[in-house]
Design a protein around this ligand. Structure first.
Ligand SMILES: Nc1ncnc2c1ncn2[C@@H]1O[C@H](COP(=O)(O)OP(=O)(O)OP(=O)(O)O)[C@@H](O)[C@H]1O
Ligand SMILES: [Mg+2]
Length: 267
């Protein structure tokens, strides 16, 4: 059932004609894209366009109405819950609000080691302290943070703990749903820098959901523009920003004036 080699030409993740409706609302309306190691695919679109629903449907947190989500060739939509639990370690999610996603009564070391209770083959009990230190280091936090609780940390520090926790399962793919929008502008850069250096070092693939187009232009290799559940444009980042093809994309770009501070848009 498992195929491990990307040399086989099988994409890391391939989404085929994915659909999810809530009553008459088409939250995901025929999504198609692929993701390879090292890619950063941004998903942009206005509020309510279906970005989070798409993310949750990829992870099988929401069941798709139809379509396929192929992780290294295995269709996740066809797995039973035990099989999905085993696959879930490969695709981890980081949410917008680290306050809500980190249990307030658990220390950082408990939060990071929790996933290892389910996925016992990643690190031995004896190896955990060292592995926790390594993960904290990867997100630029000092070792003593392992004893901290969420309320003893700043928003940016909490979000870096959430990233360390997601990395604890050694995933290939991180789905980041507005990972810095709840943070102060001054600390957004810290978290983004951590994410970018992790990607470079570990070859992670990111699905980066954001409404901040200037940030998307900085971090993404490709962009999917969603309007009412449908991907209306899907292009390499430079092409999308320099030569948007779809009317909706042009409207979205026009509503983000900060993008064009240094450019002549009248041309
Ligand atoms: N559990 C649900 N039940 C009913 N409708 C839902 C549910 N989840 C989402 N929706 C609807 O699906 C549509 C897409 O919502 P979604 O949260 O995916 O948008 P989004 O692009 O993530 O928005 P935002 O940028 O505000 O986070 C919306 O119309 C929303 O009301
Ligand atoms: Mg959302």
């Amino acid at each position: 059932m498992t195929m491990t080699q990307s040399q086989t030409g099988i994409p890391l993740l391939e989404v085929r004609d994915l659909h999810k409706s809530f009553g008459s609302v088409k939250a995901v309306d025929g999504a198609n894209f692929t993701l390879e190691r090292g890619d950063c695919l941004a998903i942009v679109g206005e509020s309510g366009s279906g970005k989070s629903t798409l993310a949750r449907t990829l992870l099988q947190l929401i069941k798709a109405d139809s379509g396929a989500v192929l992780y290294r060739g295995t269709d996740l939509t066809k797995l039973n819950s035990a099989e999905m639990r085993r696959q879930r370690r490969h695709i981890q999610m980081v949410f917008q609000d680290p306050y809500a996603s980190l249990h307030p009564r658990k220390s950082v070391k408990q939060l990071i080691s929790e996933p290892w209770e389910i996925h016992t083959d990643i690190v031995s009990k004896a190896g955990r302290p060292a592995k926790i230190q390594e993960l904290l280091k990867q997100v630029n936090l000092p070792a003593y943070f392992s004893e901290y609780y969420p309320n003893q940390m700043s928003g940016g520090q909490r979000q870096r703990v959430a990233i360390a926790r997601a990395l604890a399962l050694e995933p290939d793919i991180l789905i980041l749903d507005e990972p810095v929008s709840a943070l102060d502008v001054s600390v957004q850069a810290q978290v983004i820098n951590v994410l970018m250096s992790l990607q470079e070092r570990l070859g992670l693939a990111y699905i980066f959901i954001s409404h901040d187009l200037a940030l998307v232009r900085l971090v993404a290799s490709r962009v999917a523009v969603i309007n009412k559940g449908a991907i209306v444009e899907y292009a390499p980042t430079d092409a999308l920003f320099e030569n948007p093809q779809h009317e909706y994309t042009r409207t979205l770009l026009a509503s983000s004036p900060a993008l064009y501070e240094d450019e002549d848009v009248s041309a």
